[in-house]
Design a protein around this ligand. Structure first.
Ligand code: NAD
Length: 359
């Protein structure tokens, strides 16, 4: 049976890194007889240039019809001055919410070969393997009312609404517990229940569903402490589950524990496990067009797609092993380069992964 993938390369380094991920997908398709069918679409700045909007109806329709979506990254200075509702990021938020992609999985894994790339001491981070599960379609990023208004005294006021319904917390909680079952069986739920009522409810609901997973340990942590613990003793965490805004911030911190954002994949899943897969980083306009971007985060996102949505764990394993092999060979893009390793560009890195798959 064929598996349809919508590829959305996006902007700046997006098309460069995506080209390498597509080569890797073609290689595992042949090797494992997966029957992958790739089609391409527009999102973000590329879509604005072509159609005037960041999320064209055609992209949304096709996204709803395929098995999985692989995205590069969107946005950049070229579109900084377009109206707010037409910004490239709106395309991204729109596709996530329209497809109901509520569960964002961001693994922070430190490859032992890159222990030196972390800004933390190797003994604190070596062997790190955390999975941050971030709620993606609710919370303060979507809460209404929101806006900037002028008060009676003439002063302007910006306001947003932080809210979570019970069912929203329940579904992200279940996802976190299920994932923890396949890992080290620990869930740490991060909130700010000492200050925010919305997260008092969050904590209560997490407690309510915990008895359904007696094999998984549930703990709670305030977000300020979690940010501190992440850099102090990151290996205490297995699965961290949290809301949209806290997850946005903590997952970037976790990303930096691993040395380079260019190494980190992510998945955004709907209730049926269908999903969109993308690197954690943005479009890196500062290095676009120079052949310097690290394609590994996108290649590893393709591996997550094979594992979580396309039910091809053996192909996912093969890609991850091939990435580890090229790191063993000492190949490094500039973002992860250190003395004694071999500097390579985007294309060489992608081709090395393809070669490692075959060997
Ligand atoms: P960024 O992640 O694009 O870049 C931050 C730094 O990391 C830069 O120095 C960049 O060169 C480097 N970097 C990022 N990816 C890399 C890679 N694969 N290889 C090597 N180095 C890499 O973040 P930013 O500069 O804050 O944002 C740039 C644009 O990307 C903005 O328009 C932002 O809105 C957008 N953005 C998009 C997404 C997304 O599409 N999911 C996410 C974050 C930012």
């Amino acid at each position: 049976m064929s598996k349809k993938i919508l590829v959305l390369p996006g902007d700046y380094i997006g098309p460069e890194i995506m080209a390498e991920a597509v080569k890797v997908l073609a290689a595992v398709d042949t090797q494992f007889g997966l029957g992958l069918e790739l089609e391409y679409g527009l999102l973000g700045g590329a879509a604005i240039d072509e159609t005037g909007v960041p999320l064209p109806d055609e992209t949304l329709e096709r996204a709803g019809a395929v098995d999985a979506i692989l995205l590069g990254a969107v946005g950049g200075p070229k579109w900084d001055n377009v109206e707010r509702h037409l910004r490239p990021e709106r395309g991204l938020l729109g596709i996530r919410s329209k497809l109901g992609l509520f569960g964002n999985l961001r693994p922070a894994i430190l490859y032992p070969q890159l222990a030196d790339a972390s800004s933390l001491k190797p003994e604190i981070v070596s062997g790190l393997d955390i999975l941050i599960v971030r709620e993606l379609t609710g919370g303060i990023y979507f809460g209404e009312p929101r806006g900037i208004r002028t008060l009676e005294n003439g002063e302007r006021e910006g306001y947003n609404t932080y809210k979570y319904s019970e069912s929203e917390v329940r579904r992200i909680g279940h996802l976190a517990f299920e994932l923890a079952r396949k890992r080290n069986k620990k869930v740490c739920s991060v909130d700010k229940a000492n200050v925010l009522e919305a997260t008092v409810l969050w904590r209560e609901v997490m407690e309510e569903i915990a008895p359904e997973y007696p094999d998984v340990e549930l703990t709670h942590m305030y977000v300020d402490n979690a940010s501190m613990q992440l850099v102090m003793r990151p290996k205490q965490f297995d699965v961290v589950v949290t809301g949209n805004m806290f997850g946005d911030i903590l997952s970037d911190t976790a990303a930096m524990l691993t040395g380079s954002i260019g190494m980190l994949p992510s998945a955004s899943l709907d209730k049926d496990g269908r999903g969109m897969y993308e690197p954690c980083h943005g479009t890196a306009p500062d290095i676009a067009g120079q052949g310097k971007a690290n394609p590994l985060a996108t290649i590893l996102s393709a591996a997550m797609m094979l594992r979580y949505t396309l039910a091809s764990p053996e192909a996912a394993d093969a890609i991850e092993a091939a990435v580890s092999k090229v790191l063993d060979q000492g190949l490094r893009t500039p973002d992860i380069h250190s003395e004694g390793t071999q500097l390579v560009g985007t294309v060489e890195m992608g081709e090395a992964v393809v070669a490692a798959l075959a060997s």
